[in-house]
Design a protein around this ligand. Sequence first.
Ligand SMILES: Cc1cc2nc3c(=O)[nH]c(=O)nc-3n(C[C@H](O)[C@H](O)[C@H](O)COP(=O)(O)OP(=O)(O)OC[C@H]3O[C@@H](n4cnc5c(N)ncnc54)[C@H](O)[C@@H]3O)c2cc1C
Length: 233
Amino acid sequence: MRSGAGSPAMGSATLYDAQVIGRRWLNARTFELRINRPAGFAFLPGQKIGFVYQDLVREYTLLGPVDSADLTFCVRHVPQGRVTPHLATAPPGTSIQVTEASGFFTFKPSPRPAVLVATGTGIAPYVAFVRSGLRGFDLLHGVRTVAELYYRSELAAAASRYIPCLTGGTLSGAPPHAFDGRVTAWLANGLANGVYDFYLCGRADMIRDAMRLIDERFTGSHVFTETFYDGAL
Ligand SMILES: Cc1cc2nc3c(=O)[nH]c(=O)nc-3n(C[C@H](O)[C@H](O)[C@H](O)COP(=O)(O)OP(=O)(O)OC[C@H]3O[C@@H](n4cnc5c(N)ncnc54)[C@H](O)[C@@H]3O)c2cc1C
C-alpha cells in the first residue's frame, strides 16, 4: 500500500499508512502523540481512529483541529497494556497503520445548555470541539491530580465554567473553581436544576453514575456518551 494512501481493509474500514512524528509528555503517564496526516484523511471534531498494532486495534480520539497538518492524540500510557507501551516508545519515523475516522460523539448544537463531562483522557473530544470553535459550555474534568488537567488553559478560556474535579484528596495548586470530589458529586450539588445536553466521556463507571443522576435530577435532558475504558486507572 502506498504510504499515506487510503485502501479498503478490515471489513469495510479504510486503512491508512502513517508515521510517528513524535510525542510530548503531558505528565509522567500521559503523552500527546503526533503522526503525519495521510493524504485524503478527513474527520469531524469528536471522532476517533483505530491504531492497528499486530493483531490488535485500539481507538484514539483526534484532538484536532480538523484542518491540522498532522494528527494528534492524548494517550494514557497503560504499562500493562498491549498497545500503549508501543505508542509510548515508537521512535519518530515508525510506520503505523490507522483506520479512517469514525464515530458519532460529535457536538450537536441545540437550544439547551451544554455540559461536557470527562474523566482522564476522556477530555480529548472536548479539545477537538474547542479547536473547532465551540465556546460557552460548562466543562467538568475528573482526574486525581492537577498534573492530569490536560489542555486546561485552552479549555478554561473557551468554557463558561471550567471545573476541575480532583479525587486525589488535595486542591493544592489547583486552578480556580476546582472541586474536591468526583464529577458526579459536582453535578449533584453544583448544577442548577434544568434541561441540558450532557456529553459524557471517559471511564464507564462515571458514565453509568452520571446517567443515573441525570435521569433523577435533570429529566428531559439529552445525553451523549463515549466510553473509553472500564478500569479504575
Ligand atoms: C471510542 C474510544 C476512544 C478512545 N480514545 C482514547 C484516547 O483518546 N486516549 C486514550 O488514552 N485512550 C483512548 N481509548 C482507550 C484505548 O482505545 C485503549 O483501550 C487504551 O489505550 C489501552 O490500550 P492498551 O492496549 O495499551 O491496553 P489494554 O491491553 O487494552 O489494557 C486495558 C487496561 O487499561 C485501562 N485503560 C484503557 N484506556 C485507558 C485510559 N485512557 N486511561 C486509563 N486507563 C485506561 C483499561 O481499563 C484496562 O485496565 C479510547 C477507547 C475508545 C473505545
